[in-house]
Design a protein around this ligand. Structure first.
Ligand code: TXA
Ligand code: MG
Length: 332
C-alpha cells in the first residue's frame, strides 16, 4: 500500500522535528534525515552502524536545490542533471559550507542525487531542503527494495517510534545509483549502476574514467566506501558458481542450500530454488529481494548461478556483477 498525502505530511513533520524517515526511491529505500540537522544525521550513522568516514548522499528535488549544496556546480553537472534527473545518478561535487562535514564523512565533497519517485520528490519539496539517504539497511547488509525490507532491518527503531517508513511500493531499478565524481579533471564513475559510463560520456562529450577494485575502511582516504569488499551481503554465506559446477557443489555440501538460478532448472538436493529473471533490468530489480529470500530460507549456503556479462546491457551487468562480487565470498 502506497503512502498518501497525510503520511507524507506526517513524514515532513518528523523530519523537521529531527526524526528519521525511510523513503522509497527508484533504486532502493533510503534512510532520511534533514542534511543540515547534524544531530539527526548522527542518528542515521548510529542506527545503521555506519563508519563515520563513509559519506552520505543528499537527495534533492532538482537542480536548483542541488546548486545550494555546492560551491562548484559546473556545466557538466548541469548537463548530467538535465539528462538523468530525476533518476539513478549521483554526482560528487565540492561541498558548500552549509552542508555539515558529518554528511561528507569529514571530506570536502558532497554527493547529490534527485530520485525518481513521486512520493519522495513531494517529500523533499515540502521539506524544502536536501535530505540525506543512505540505503535503509544496517551497514554492510543487503539494501532494501520494499518497505517490508526496511521493517526487517529496523523493526525495533520503527516500533519504538524512532523511525517511520513511507511505503512507496517495490523499487523499479533495484540496485543503487551510479556514483560519478565531477571533482577531478575528468569525470570518474566511483560506483557502477544502471546508468553506464558510456551514457555519461556521451552527454558530457568527454572521456569518463572508472575506478575498479576495492578499498577498505582502514585505508583511511576512501574515495567511495560503497566499494568496500564486503557490502550488500546476506548473513548466510553466499558463493557464485557456473551452471556446470552447481550440482557437484550441492552434492558435496552438508548444509541446506538455497539456489538463485536464472535457468529455472532445478538441481537435486537443493533445499530451495529461487528464480531470477534472465534480462539485465529484471535481474537488477529482483537481486536484493531474492538475496533476502534466500537468507530467510533457513539455508546454510546460498549458491548463485553466475549470470551473463557483456552483450547489449553490458553496463548494467557490470553493476550487477559489482554487487554480486561483494555479496559473495570467493571459494577457498
Ligand atoms: O541509489 C542510491 O544511491 C541509494 C538511494 C537511497 O538514493 N542510496 C545509497 O546510499 O545507495 P549509500 O549511502 O548506501 O551509498 C552511497 C555511496 C557510498 O558508496 C558512498 O561512499 C558514496 O555513495 N558517496 C557518498 N558521498 C560521497 C562523496 N562525497 N564522495 C565519494 N563517494 C561518496
Ligand atoms: Mg548502502
Amino acid at each position: 500500500m502506497s503512502a498518501g498525502p497525510e503520511e507524507i505530511a506526517r513524514a515532513v513533520q518528523r523530519l523537521r522535528a529531527g526524526g528519521l524517515v525511510a523513503f522509497p526511491t527508484e533504486t532502493v529505500y533510503g534512510l532520511g534525515a534533514i542534511a543540515r540537522d547534524e544531530r539527526a544525521v548522527e542518528r542515521v550513522f548510529l542506527v545503521k552502524g555506519r563508519p563515520a568516514a563513509n559519506p552520505l548522499i543528499v537527495h534533492v528535488s532538482g537542480e536548483e536545490m542541488a546548486r545550494t549544496l555546492t560551491t562548484a556546480w559546473s556545466d557538466h553537472a548541469s548537463a548530467l542533471a538535465r539528462a538523468f534527473w530525476p533518476g539513478p545518478l549521483t554526482m560528487v561535487v565540492r561541498r558548500a559550507p552549509s552542508v555539515p562535514a558529518i554528511v561528507a564523512g569529514g571530506g570536502e565533497t558532497v554527493a547529490i542525487r534527485c530520485p525518481a519517485h513521486p512520493l519522495t520528490l513531494a517529500l523533499i519539496e515540502m521539506v524544502g531542503e536536501g535530505i540525506v539517504g543512505p540505503s535503509a539497511n544496517r551497514s554492510g547488509h543487503v539494501s532494501p527494495t520494499s518497505a517490508a525490507h526496511v521493517e526487517d532491518e529496523f523493526g525495533t527503531e520503527i516500533r519504538n517510534g524512532e523511525m517511520m517508513v513511507l511505503d512507496g511500493g517495490a523499487c523499479r531499478a533495484g540496485i543503487e545509483s551510479t556514483v560519478v565524481s565531477l571533482v577531478g579533471s575528468e569525470a570518474t564513475v566511483l560506483r557502477p549502476g544502471v546508468i553506464g559510463a558510456s551514457e555519461i560520456a556521451s552527454v558530457l562529450g568527454a572521456r569518463v574514467g572508472s575506478r575498479s577494485g576495492s578499498e577498505s575502511v582502514s585505508d583511511g582516504a576512501m574515495s567511495s566506501p560503497g566499494r568496500m569488499e564486503t557490502h550488500y551481503a546476506p548473513r548466510t554465506r553466499a558463493v557464485m558458481l557456473e551452471r556446470a559446477e552447481i550440482a557437484r557443489v550441492v552434492g558435496d555440501c552438508n548444509v541446506p542450500v538455497a539456489l538463485i538460478a536464472i535457468t529455472g532448472v532445478g538441481v537435486a538436493g537443493v533445499h530451495r530454488v529461487i528464480e531470477i529473471p534472465r534480462d539485465a533490468i529484471g535481474y537488477a530489480s529482483s537481486l536484493y529481494r531474492v538475496l533476502r529470500e534466500a537468507d530467510a530460507s533457513g539455508a546454510g549456503l546460498i549458491v548463485i548461478e553466475r549470470p551473463p556479462e557483456g552483450g547489449e546491457d553490458a553496463e548494467i551487468w557490470t553493476a550487477i556483477h559489482d554487487r554480486l562480487r561483494r555479496a559473495t565470498t570467493p571459494r577457498a
